[in-house]
Design a protein around this ligand. Sequence first.
Ligand SMILES: *[C@@H]1O[C@H](CO)[C@@H](O)[C@H](O)[C@H]1NC(C)=O
Ligand SMILES: *[C@@H]1O[C@H](CO)[C@@H](O)[C@H](O)[C@H]1NC(C)=O
Ligand SMILES: *[C@@H]1O[C@H](CO)[C@@H](O)[C@H](O)[C@H]1NC(C)=O
Ligand SMILES: *[C@@H]1O[C@H](CO)[C@@H](O)[C@H](O)[C@H]1NC(C)=O
Ligand SMILES: *[C@@H]1O[C@H](CO)[C@@H](O)[C@H](O)[C@H]1NC(C)=O
Length: 466
Amino acid sequence: MSLISVQAAIYGILLLEASFSAAQQCILVKPNVLNGVPTPAPTPTVVQTGGTQSGTIAPSTTPTLAPFAYGKDPIRSVNLGGWFVLEPWITPTLFQNTNNSAIVDEYTLGQMLDHDVALGILQNHWETWFTEDDFADIQAAGLNHVRMQIGYWSVPLTSSDTNYTTSVSPYIPGAWPYLLQALNWARKYQLHVILDLHGAPGSQNGYDNSGQRTGNPLWGTNTTVPRTFDVINFIVKNIGGMIDMFELINEPAAYVGTINALLPDFYKQGYQLVRDIAGDDLQVMIHDGFLGVQSWTNFLTYPSAQGVFMDFHEYQIFNTFQIEMNFTQHLQYSCQVLSSLKSFADSNIFTVIGEWTAAPTDCAKWLNGRGVGARWDGSWQPNQPTYGSCTGFTGNMSTFSDSYKKFLRQYWEAQVQIGEAIQGWGFWTWKAENADDWSYQAGLKGGWIPQDPTQMLYPNMCGQNG
Ligand SMILES: *[C@@H]1O[C@H](CO)[C@@H](O)[C@H](O)[C@H]1NC(C)=O
Ligand SMILES: *[C@@H]1O[C@H](CO)[C@@H](O)[C@H](O)[C@H]1NC(C)=O
Ligand SMILES: *[C@@H]1O[C@H](CO)[C@@H](O)[C@H](O)[C@H]1NC(C)=O
Ligand SMILES: *[C@@H]1O[C@H](CO)[C@@H](O)[C@H](O)[C@H]1NC(C)=O
Ligand SMILES: *[C@@H]1O[C@H](CO)[C@@H](O)[C@H](O)[C@H]1NC(C)=O
């Protein structure tokens, strides 16, 4: 099927649905727990009904947001990383302040600290790591979407929502009202929302950014998968009307046999679940599971499915064959990614690079895990090759040379051009405490990211316009 016919078909459906969009607006009352100092556990009492099945939708007092012309207009987005799912490298101070080096992720934070201490740390973090100002700044940076992360433990299922356990121990729940507030801010600043299930029951990849750093991730069993569907069901039912796109699961490790075997069915069932609850209004995003997008050829394509997006994460630093590339090679490699993704997108489904970075090294402190070093300087594991010193490549931009900043600009542009050649892009991440190479906010300040993301200094990096 040609891209034109896919787009015409899908876009036609979107246009038809635009007239219903007013009914989709739902109000979210700002949870009052968010306005004061952190106090006892905020109980999410405000559960809003979104989606098309609700017969009673209250009149909206929030600003309206016109439907996004997916496939026609590129998604230009930034991830709100490390907010509702902690990552030690994004907020090292939070972890350092626990005084316990065995606390390496959100799971161990809940496990090893006194409950009230952990809750206090988390509430303070939820309240301060992103504020309304960030949403205003993201809008001012010319971006049209935010991609937001949520862990299953923050989704307040009751026993009527699942036949599986509602216990999330040792995780500390409580982020949900802050998520609701964030959705209100997104609406206020005219930002569309991609919500992704970043942490699934059992962990879908064992990375700390799934909530739990473990060599034995347990997602994929006959209890964790159905429980995940219950979480998805709850999310779509309750806030489906406040988001534009839902990603069924982030970075499932499909290089693991069991996950590989079940992932296609998980996606098909998850897609149908979203359609059954929300109708056709909510876009559904799937991640390639690190298999490469070509592994998903002819999968959930139109007309057997519609409104499905492929999410490809485009990092060039997490294995030796990529970390050893010099800067010129990184730029060239980006152009290869562009043609491969474009080829897939042209004949399959809309495709987005939902995560990528301007950092050409893995030097950011704890990027590979709390207490773990970098491949770049060989500190990752014993007896590793060394490609250079980390000095001047991460941390505070005051240490960055002009030539490095020039490269960051080129690399940012090359990867934006990948996204602009398909259906969009999402930079990881808006801010990081101490890794300016990873921070969109720092890039704006330091000048290697332009305030208008369409203003390219190197507009034809891959010859794609000629
Ligand atoms: C860590 O140690 C400092 C200094 O002793 C103390 O003030 C702080 O409360 C400790 N943090 C935790 C989470 O126990
Ligand atoms: C729980 O199981 C019962 C009996 O099989 C079923 O009717 C019900 O829909 C299930 N509930 C959920 C939330 O899946
Ligand atoms: C789930 O898997 C376990 C172990 O493989 C098995 O013993 C159990 O019967 C299964 N349960 C269901 C409901 O399929
Ligand atoms: C990068 O590596 C390639 C291939 O080894 C080499 O031809 C090129 O000169 C290198 N560029 C720089 C700037 O070092
Ligand atoms: C970065 O360095 C500058 C200049 O030394 C300093 O003013 C700034 O506070 C530093 N930023 C961070 C996040 O530490």
